[in-house]
Unconditional design. Structure first.
Length: 171
């Protein structure tokens, strides 16, 4: 009985450790999901800015670059126009690079969340397995105790019968 009780206590301690791990993993997972949601919003905002920029560029697009250059009244206007085009191009390039980087970060975080989910599911399966082992151990202990108690009772009855026969024989 002590052996089964000790085994039961060991399994119960393992189950508690797994429950603690699951709680910690769920908390970390919730934090990761918040981070991913924030990153999704940030990427969406950046995409929106880029789309607005493209829309403005389309709306203000002249017939051709040559007509724009020919329409410039002074050399300084042409230089300013060229400089502005260069800055807009650099800004757009940086924005596209930022979108790519954020998308890559988002994919990395999603992979980390999936890994955490897989780990959590594995821990839950382990918990279920340990619970089943615990229940089986208790059942085995109860069966063994019941069998031993039945055998003890049968032996006590047999002893009482033999004692009664012995006392009868002594008389």
């Amino acid at each position: 009985k002590q052996y089964y009780q000790q085994q039961s206590n060991t399994i119960a301690a393992q189950i508690e450790a797994i429950k603690t791990d699951i709680t910690n993993t769920e908390a970390a997972l919730a934090q990761k999901q918040l981070e991913v949601q924030a990153k999704v919003l940030e990427v969406a905002h950046t995409k929106e800015l880029f789309e607005q920029r493209l829309k403005v560029m389309y709306m203000t697009h002249n017939d051709s670059n040559l007509s724009t250059v020919l329409g410039v009244s002074s050399f300084s206007d042409a230089l300013r126009y060229t400089e502005n085009l260069q800055k807009m191009s650099e800004s757009d390039t940086n924005l596209i690079e930022k979108l790519r980087t954020e998308q890559a970060d988002l994919e990395t975080q999603e992979a980390a969340v999936q890994t955490d989910l897989d780990s959590l599911n594995a821990n839950k399966e382990l918990l279920d397995q340990k619970s089943a082992e615990y229940a089986q151990s208790i059942q085995n202990a109860n069966n063994a105790i019941t069998a031993e108690e039945a055998e003890k009772e049968a032996n006590e009855d047999a002893y009482a019968d033999k004692k009664a026969q012995f006392e009868e024989a002594q008389k």
